[in-house]
Write a protein that binds this ligand. Structure first.
Ligand code: 6PG
Length: 248
């Protein structure tokens, strides 16, 4: 049964600390339980302060980097040097500054054609998680953002209806920047042990309220309900401003 929690913090700086605490805690518990920690990280601007904190004390030395395996939730199909590259930002904020092991970092192959790139990333997931069963990979932690249109990862409302449910990774076109993207599919997001959404700022307050209301068709972010895992929303006060009391 899914365990759902909403954490409301003062501002973006507190959100970064809360996210970093959650990351470090889950990383250590995962290594204790399974000998490794697998995490998939999103792009966008919201996680960047948290990523920078993870590279600094007290967090950096709390994280078992040698047993940490980092994947991407989604990626814009741009060179990593492009300022809009998700992996480029993650590298600058975090990966270049911590003793993460290169073979344990899994950027999405943006240099391939979209369909071939999605297939190649599926193979990377199979190598890491095993493909002996058809069950989707089980990440220890997946961090997600929310777009003001209700998208999460690169799963956009306008393309969702036409997307196949089965592939673990999809190539889609849309969003801002409107380029080809690779994204983990809902089926993978919903197998994770922990999924955590981060949202900050008044421009997210309407969509945060909408996410907690009944709506059809479901917005992509509303499709996230880890079957056997926990779902946490870390919101700052301005993002949570329109959330009814009953959801706090
Ligand atoms: C991407 C993201 C995307 C992001 C949301 C929120 O590559 O665009 O992974 O899903 O999380 O758009 O973005 P912000 O954090 O910039 O608001």
């Amino acid at each position: 049964m899914m365990n759902k929690q909403v954490i409301i913090v003062e501002d973006a700086a507190h959100l970064a600390h809360k996210g970093a605490e959650l990351f470090a805690g889950i990383a250590n518990r995962s290594v204790t339980m399974n000998g490794r920690f697998s995490v998939a990280l999103s792009g966008g601007s919201t996680p960047r302060p948290m990523n920078r904190l993870l590279a600094t004390e007290p967090y950096a030395s709390q994280i078992p980097w040698q047993d940490t395996h980092i994947f991407m939730v989604d990626e814009r199909m741009l060179p990593f040097e492009d300022p809009q590259s998700n992996f480029g930002a993650l590298k600058a904020d975090l990966l270049a500054k911590v003793p993460a092991v290169e073979g344990q970092i899994h950027p999405m192959p943006v240099w391939l054609e979209p369909a071939a790139a999605a297939a190649a990333y599926i193979r990377q997931l199979e190598v890491f998680f095993g493909n002996s069963s058809l069950k989707a990979p089980v990440f220890d932690l997946i961090l997600l953002g929310i777009g003001s249109d209700g998208h999460t990862a690169s799963l956009f409302p306008e393309v969702m209806a036409g997307l196949p449910a089965a592939p673990w990774v999809l190539a889609v076109r849309g969003g801002s920047p409107a380029v080809w993207r690779l994204t983990l599919n809902v089926t993978v997001l919903n197998q994770a042990r922990h999924v955590c959404f981060l949202a900050s700022g008044p421009e997210k307050s309407n969509i945060v309220r909408e996410l907690f209301a009944e709506s059809t068709p479901l917005l992509p972010a509303q499709m996230i309900a880890p079957a056997a895992g926990s779902l946490t929303f870390i919101l700052d006060r301005t993002a949570a401003a329109r959330l009814p009391e009953s959801n706090r």
